[in-house]
Write a protein of this length. Structure first.
Ligand code: BV8
Ligand code: ZN
Length: 240
């Protein structure tokens, strides 16, 4: 491990432009449960079943219960040393650094990261299904929250399965990966597309891909360097 850690640090030290992709694994040490680690079940449902427009149409109360449970942690969960290591990396690289996250927990922003692309949206934000207004809400929401202006049902402002990603944010993510020479992939099972496709895209553009993950993933066999372990342990070591 030491040798590949050194090599990863070397690649980052000599990098012109660095892009990072994070998934639920980087927030695991903040106490935020991952999706697929423990069988990816929430009250017996798979996230792919609950996080869909169809589920919301069929049973908005059940879907809001799923999100309100995750929103409950919004004001109490704190970033961990893995998030802070990425803040330090951004401080050193400035605009040569871009952080792309699949996470909707907002912990990168809470840690102080600025150049963050939340490609799956953010659980702190709601959107009106009627007039489209968006606002950040940190209060406890009822099971069926309504829009203050048009009284239509609110929804979490995140990307559900079978929904497109926010065009402008996704386009910026592609530009960042296209331009990078080192792509650091942290705490994702690399199962969800199009996010996971960024890994193949980076390799196609001849960037070096460094994976940090507790286990092997769908991408481990193709990355340049695979560092196995907790992001809260490995990221600070690389940055140091
Ligand atoms: C789209 C918001 C089209 C919701 C999320 C069949 C094959 C291929 C693709 C598909 C298919 N069928 C359908 C698709 C497409 C689908 C998809 O990819 N499905 C997967 C399940 C196969 N994708 C979509 O539907 C996307 N949209 O394609 O639209 C389209 C295009 C144009 C116009 C209209 C439509 C939308 C995808 C976004 C879905 N929304 N999130 C919510 O959060 O509630 S995705 C959801 O999964 C989360 O955002 C999460 O971030 C994401 C990925 O999961 P991970 O972050 O990787 O988390 P996971 O638990 O899986 O893994 C954790 C990892 O961490 C593990 O590897 C573990 O080992 C590691 N770990 C744990 N602890 C640590 C650690 N590592 C380090 N340190 C630790 N301490
Ligand atoms: Zn409205």
């Amino acid at each position: 491990m030491d040798e590949s850690l050194q090599k990863a640090a070397e690649l980052l030290r000599n990098a012109q432009r660095v892009a990072v992709l994070t998934g639920a694994g980087i927030s695991a040490e903040s106490g935020v449960p991952t999706f697929r680690g423990q069988g990816g079940l929430w009250e017996g449902h798979r996230v792919e079943e609950v996080a869909t427009p169809r589920a919301f149409l069929r049973d908005p109360t059940m879907v809001w219960r799923f999100y309100n449970q995750r929103r409950a942690g919004l004001t109490t969960i704190e970033p961990n040393v893995g998030h802070h290591a990425l803040v330090e990396l951004e401080r050193r690289l400035g605009d040569r650094f871009t952080l792309i996250t699949q996470n909707v927990d907002g912990l990168h922003l809470k840690a102080g990261s600025q150049r963050v692309l939340e490609i799956h949206g953010a659980i702190r934000r709601v959107r009106c299904t009627g007039c489209g207004m968006k606002e950040e809400r940190y209060d406890v929401l009822p099971d069926l929250p309504k829009c203050k202006t048009c009284d239509a049902l609110l929804r979490p402002d995140i990307v559900w399965f079978e929904e497109g990603l926010p065009q402008d944010v996704w386009a910026q993510a592609e530009v960042a990966v296209d331009a990078c020479d080192v792509f650091l992939v942290v705490g994702t099972s690399a199962v969800v597309y199009p996010a996971a496709g960024l890994i193949h895209y980076a390799l196609a553009k001849k960037a070096s891909v460094i994976e940090v993950n507790l286990d092997r993933t769908e991408a481990t066999h193709i990355v340049t360097i695979a560092l196995q372990g907790r992001s809260g342990e490995i990221l600070p070591q690389i940055v140091k």
